[in-house]
Design a protein around this ligand. Structure first.
Ligand code: AMP
Ligand code: MG
Length: 349
């Protein structure tokens, strides 16, 4: 397949290209596009063939549901039914923005889009290119992240091109994603409401609107017969090529442990990467040491995680040791991705 790459951002608005991309989606094709969270791999949510193509392009099992992206709150009831008032309260406060709500699906929405489920995940992104594209394509774009299944979500166009060139009709390069982690997913069909995936909109903030909200951080063992409630809960996800270990504990212990490991592994001839912070990066002597940013800036740390994991892939790092973060606020979302990227390999020191 020929893939057209176009650059669009605030400085280079390109209405012609958005119109063309919208028509590709209307005609059943696929377009990778920027959002404020990560890049999306979009197709027409009401076209079952488009959803099938998305699964194929991603190399993702088709029981893994997609998120339906809308550009107007009035379009919500075109995809969902029995919408609780809480959904409108959440939309008023957080849409457009990085919050995805799980609602009861309208029967007209094809099951191919929702991975066979009776529920639908809906989000209204804030990124203007995304909003314009949704409108140009008829209003409903089904999209997962624009990476090959299992790899870290792309937050920069170069990684979308690496994964999706030849698999989609068009890639829109809209620059780097602002947030850099996928949306918070909240299930409003369960009682009490449940966070299935932590994100930039935090548990603490959502509690202000839904006081009894719970967080389902349960990671299902891969050998369990239980299906994953949200993909990434069961299998290794967001994963770099290297084997990754997350190291948790008082900072001095973490540094000592990681430096010991660097020594042991380099004597075996392995290429080692460390995920550190601005406060600690100079204390390691691995082949590649990368800072996610300052521990005082949870947003910066979130934005850099997937980028750093991709860079380690580029550098053919064999083993990664990562510092961890306190499970609160936006750090909870970063930690959730790090735990999954490591395939649950967390050591406490
Ligand atoms: P991605 O961001 O690429 O992982 O794709 C969208 C994600 O949304 C899926 O992996 C699921 O975690 C989640 N999702 C979408 N629809 C549903 C649903 N109906 N129920 C639970 N989770 C969903
Ligand atoms: Mg994904």
């Amino acid at each position: 397949m020929n893939t057209k790459i176009v650059k669009i951002n605030k400085i280079q608005p390109n209405p012609g290209a958005i119109y063309e991309a919208g028509n590709i989606i209307k005609d059943g094709g696929l377009v990778a596009f920027p959002t404020e969270t990560v890049y999306g791999l979009g197709g027409d949510a009401f076209n079952p063939d488009s959803s099938r193509k998305i699964y194929e392009a991603k190399g993702r099992p088709s029981d893994n549901p997609l998120i339906v992206h809308i550009a107007n709150i009035t379009d919500l009831d075109a995809v969902a039914v029995d919408i609780p008032s809480t959904a409108y309260e959440l939309a008023a406060r957080f849409w457009p923005g990085p919050l995805t709500m799980i609602l009861k699906k309208r029967p007209e929405l094809p099951k191919e889009t929702t991975g066979g489920l009776d529920t639908v995940a809906v989000r209204m992104p804030v990124n203007e290119v995304a909003l314009d594209l949704i409108t140009a394509s008829g209003g409903f774009i089904a999209a997962p992240s624009a990476n090959r299944s299992g790899k870290p979500s792309p937050t920069q166009a170069q990684y979308v091109i690496e994964d999706m060139y030849g698999f989609v009709d068009m890639i829109i390069d809209g620059g780097d994603c602002d947030i850099g982690l996928e949306s918070t997913i909240i299930d409003l069909t369960s009682r009490p409401a449940m966070i299935l995936r932590p994100g930039f909109i935090t548990f603490e903030t959502l509690k202000e609107i839904i006081p009894d909200i719970v967080f389902d951080g349960n990671i299902i063992d891969a050998s369990s017969p239980e299906p994953p409630k949200a993909p990434g809960m069961k299998y290794r996800h967001y994963a770099p090529k290297a084997e990754m270990t997350l190291v948790t504990g008082p900072v001095d212990n973490v540094i000592t442990y990681i430096n010991d490991k660097i020594e042991q592994n380099s004597s075996k001839g392995l290429k080692i990467g460390v995920i550190a912070t601005d406060e600690t990066h100079y204390l390691y002597t691995a082949d590649s040491v990368k800072s996610l940013g300052s521990r005082k800036n949870e947003k910066q740390v979130a934005r850099n995680l997937f980028k750093v994991l991709r860079e380690f892939d580029d550098e053919d790092i064999d083993v990664i040791y990562a510092e961890s973060f306190e499970e609160k606020g936006v750090f909870r979302a970063t930690m959730n991705r790090m735990i999954k990227a490591s395939g649950n390999k967390e050591v406490r020191v």
